[in-house]
Design a protein around this ligand. Structure first.
Ligand code: 5GP
Length: 183
Protein backbone atom coordinates (compact mmCIF):
# COMPACT_ATOMS: atom_id res chain seq x y z
CA UNK A 1 0.00 0.00 0.00
CA UNK A 2 1.37 3.38 -0.91
CA UNK A 3 1.88 5.99 1.79
CA UNK A 4 0.97 9.47 0.65
CA UNK A 5 3.67 12.04 1.33
CA UNK A 6 2.90 15.18 3.34
CA UNK A 7 1.38 18.07 1.41
CA UNK A 8 4.58 20.04 1.86
CA UNK A 9 6.64 17.43 0.01
CA UNK A 10 4.14 17.22 -2.80
CA UNK A 11 4.17 21.00 -3.07
CA UNK A 12 7.94 20.98 -3.19
CA UNK A 13 7.77 18.49 -6.03
CA UNK A 14 5.23 20.56 -7.91
CA UNK A 15 7.33 23.68 -7.53
CA UNK A 16 10.48 22.06 -8.82
CA UNK A 17 11.82 22.18 -12.34
CA UNK A 18 11.05 19.27 -14.64
CA UNK A 19 14.49 17.83 -13.98
CA UNK A 20 14.04 18.13 -10.25
CA UNK A 21 10.54 16.71 -10.42
CA UNK A 22 11.73 13.50 -11.98
CA UNK A 23 14.31 12.92 -9.30
CA UNK A 24 12.18 14.04 -6.36
CA UNK A 25 8.95 12.26 -7.24
CA UNK A 26 10.02 8.76 -6.17
CA UNK A 27 10.65 10.04 -2.67
CA UNK A 28 7.23 11.61 -2.46
CA UNK A 29 5.15 8.48 -2.77
CA UNK A 30 6.71 5.39 -1.32
CA UNK A 31 5.43 2.01 -0.41
CA UNK A 32 6.02 2.14 3.31
CA UNK A 33 5.01 -1.45 4.01
CA UNK A 34 7.33 -2.73 1.31
CA UNK A 35 10.25 -0.61 2.36
CA UNK A 36 9.84 -0.60 6.12
CA UNK A 37 7.87 -3.62 7.40
CA UNK A 38 9.58 -3.50 10.84
CA UNK A 39 7.25 -6.10 12.45
CA UNK A 40 9.22 -6.14 15.70
CA UNK A 41 8.46 -2.49 16.48
CA UNK A 42 5.34 -1.01 18.06
CA UNK A 43 2.93 0.83 15.74
CA UNK A 44 4.11 4.17 17.13
CA UNK A 45 7.77 3.35 16.56
CA UNK A 46 7.00 1.97 13.10
CA UNK A 47 5.23 5.21 12.20
CA UNK A 48 8.21 7.20 13.50
CA UNK A 49 10.67 5.03 11.59
CA UNK A 50 8.68 5.43 8.36
CA UNK A 51 8.36 9.17 8.80
CA UNK A 52 12.07 9.45 9.51
CA UNK A 53 12.95 7.34 6.50
CA UNK A 54 10.64 9.39 4.29
CA UNK A 55 12.25 12.61 5.48
CA UNK A 56 15.70 11.23 4.85
CA UNK A 57 14.75 9.99 1.37
CA UNK A 58 13.14 13.33 0.53
CA UNK A 59 16.23 15.17 1.78
CA UNK A 60 18.53 13.01 -0.35
CA UNK A 61 16.32 13.60 -3.41
CA UNK A 62 16.20 17.35 -2.81
CA UNK A 63 19.99 17.49 -2.49
CA UNK A 64 20.46 16.20 -6.05
CA UNK A 65 19.55 19.60 -7.46
CA UNK A 66 20.74 21.71 -4.57
CA UNK A 67 23.25 23.64 -6.64
CA UNK A 68 21.16 23.96 -9.80
CA UNK A 69 19.88 27.40 -8.83
CA UNK A 70 16.34 26.19 -9.49
CA UNK A 71 13.60 28.08 -7.69
CA UNK A 72 12.08 26.43 -4.66
CA UNK A 73 8.68 26.51 -3.03
CA UNK A 74 9.94 29.41 -0.93
CA UNK A 75 10.24 31.62 -4.04
CA UNK A 76 6.52 31.14 -4.58
CA UNK A 77 5.88 32.02 -0.95
CA UNK A 78 8.01 35.18 -1.25
CA UNK A 79 6.16 36.13 -4.44
CA UNK A 80 2.87 35.38 -2.61
CA UNK A 81 1.93 33.04 -5.44
CA UNK A 82 1.03 30.49 -2.80
CA UNK A 83 -0.41 31.42 0.58
CA UNK A 84 1.49 31.28 3.82
CA UNK A 85 0.81 32.46 7.33
CA UNK A 86 3.23 35.37 7.65
CA UNK A 87 4.47 36.18 11.13
CA UNK A 88 7.02 38.87 10.30
CA UNK A 89 8.24 40.60 7.18
CA UNK A 90 10.62 43.39 6.29
CA UNK A 91 12.59 44.39 3.23
CA UNK A 92 15.13 41.58 3.61
CA UNK A 93 13.49 38.69 5.44
CA UNK A 94 10.22 36.81 5.58
CA UNK A 95 8.96 34.70 8.48
CA UNK A 96 6.01 32.35 8.04
CA UNK A 97 4.54 29.34 9.80
CA UNK A 98 5.81 25.91 8.79
CA UNK A 99 3.13 23.93 6.96
CA UNK A 100 4.09 20.84 8.93
CA UNK A 101 4.75 22.13 12.45
CA UNK A 102 6.94 20.16 14.84
CA UNK A 103 5.99 22.33 17.83
CA UNK A 104 3.13 24.65 18.84
CA UNK A 105 5.26 27.48 17.42
CA UNK A 106 7.19 26.57 14.28
CA UNK A 107 8.17 29.48 12.09
CA UNK A 108 10.54 29.54 9.13
CA UNK A 109 12.68 32.61 8.49
CA UNK A 110 14.18 33.11 5.06
CA UNK A 111 16.13 35.76 3.17
CA UNK A 112 13.91 37.25 0.44
CA UNK A 113 16.92 37.34 -1.88
CA UNK A 114 18.62 33.95 -1.83
CA UNK A 115 21.90 35.24 -3.28
CA UNK A 116 23.55 31.81 -3.42
CA UNK A 117 22.44 30.87 0.08
CA UNK A 118 20.87 27.57 -0.81
CA UNK A 119 22.20 26.35 2.52
CA UNK A 120 24.31 27.68 5.39
CA UNK A 121 27.30 25.76 4.09
CA UNK A 122 27.39 28.09 1.06
CA UNK A 123 27.76 31.22 3.18
CA UNK A 124 30.53 33.62 2.27
CA UNK A 125 31.84 36.71 4.06
CA UNK A 126 29.52 38.94 2.04
CA UNK A 127 26.52 37.16 3.58
CA UNK A 128 27.41 38.29 7.09
CA UNK A 129 24.83 41.05 7.21
CA UNK A 130 21.85 38.98 6.07
CA UNK A 131 22.86 36.12 8.38
CA UNK A 132 22.80 38.54 11.28
CA UNK A 133 19.43 39.90 10.16
CA UNK A 134 17.98 36.40 9.99
CA UNK A 135 19.15 35.64 13.51
CA UNK A 136 17.79 38.90 14.83
CA UNK A 137 14.49 38.18 13.08
CA UNK A 138 14.43 34.86 14.98
CA UNK A 139 14.52 36.80 18.24
CA UNK A 140 11.77 39.12 17.04
CA UNK A 141 9.60 36.18 16.02
CA UNK A 142 10.16 34.49 19.38
CA UNK A 143 9.15 37.70 21.12
CA UNK A 144 6.07 38.12 18.97
CA UNK A 145 5.04 34.51 19.55
CA UNK A 146 5.52 34.81 23.32
CA UNK A 147 8.26 32.17 23.56
CA UNK A 148 11.22 34.40 24.37
CA UNK A 149 11.92 32.42 27.55
CA UNK A 150 12.43 29.16 25.68
CA UNK A 151 12.84 28.59 21.99
CA UNK A 152 15.14 26.77 19.60
CA UNK A 153 16.66 27.95 16.31
CA UNK A 154 17.58 25.20 13.86
CA UNK A 155 19.26 25.24 10.47
CA UNK A 156 19.35 21.92 8.66
CA UNK A 157 22.32 21.88 6.30
CA UNK A 158 22.49 19.21 3.61
CA UNK A 159 21.01 15.72 3.26
CA UNK A 160 22.57 14.32 6.42
CA UNK A 161 20.77 17.02 8.37
CA UNK A 162 17.53 16.35 6.43
CA UNK A 163 17.45 19.69 4.59
CA UNK A 164 14.58 19.47 2.11
CA UNK A 165 14.33 23.02 0.70
CA UNK A 166 17.43 24.59 -0.82
CA UNK A 167 16.78 28.18 0.16
CA UNK A 168 18.45 28.97 3.48
CA UNK A 169 15.95 28.99 6.32
CA UNK A 170 15.96 29.12 10.08
CA UNK A 171 13.40 27.08 12.00
CA UNK A 172 12.16 28.82 15.15
CA UNK A 173 10.55 26.24 17.42
CA UNK A 174 8.89 26.65 20.78
CA UNK A 175 5.77 26.46 22.87
CA UNK A 176 6.64 23.09 24.39
CA UNK A 177 9.48 21.51 26.36
CA UNK A 178 12.32 20.79 23.94
CA UNK A 179 14.45 17.67 24.32
CA UNK A 180 18.20 17.33 24.02
CA UNK A 181 20.02 15.83 22.21
CA UNK A 182 17.97 16.30 19.04
CA UNK A 183 17.45 13.36 16.70
P1 5GP B 1 14.14 21.66 5.95
O1 5GP B 1 13.72 20.23 6.03
O2 5GP B 1 14.69 22.00 4.59
O3 5GP B 1 15.05 22.08 7.07
O4 5GP B 1 12.83 22.51 6.18
C1 5GP B 1 11.92 22.80 5.19
C2 5GP B 1 10.64 23.11 5.87
O5 5GP B 1 9.77 23.74 4.95
C3 5GP B 1 9.90 21.89 6.40
O6 5GP B 1 9.76 21.96 7.80
C4 5GP B 1 8.57 21.92 5.68
O7 5GP B 1 7.49 21.51 6.49
C5 5GP B 1 8.45 23.36 5.25
N1 5GP B 1 7.67 23.55 4.05
C6 5GP B 1 7.79 22.85 2.89
N2 5GP B 1 6.91 23.28 1.98
C7 5GP B 1 6.20 24.29 2.58
C8 5GP B 1 5.12 25.11 2.14
O8 5GP B 1 4.64 25.02 1.02
N3 5GP B 1 4.66 26.03 3.03
C9 5GP B 1 5.19 26.16 4.30
N4 5GP B 1 4.66 27.10 5.09
N5 5GP B 1 6.20 25.37 4.74
C10 5GP B 1 6.69 24.45 3.90
Amino acid sequence: MAAIAPLSLLRNCAASTARTFVSVKPACIVSSTTLFPLPHLSRRLQFHARATNNEEAAARAAAVNADSGAPTIFDKIIAKEIPSSIVYEDEKVLAFRDINPEAPVHVLIIPKFRDGLTQLGKAEARHGEILGQLLYAAKMVAEKEGILDGFRVVINNGPEACQSVYHLHLHVLGGRQMKWPPG
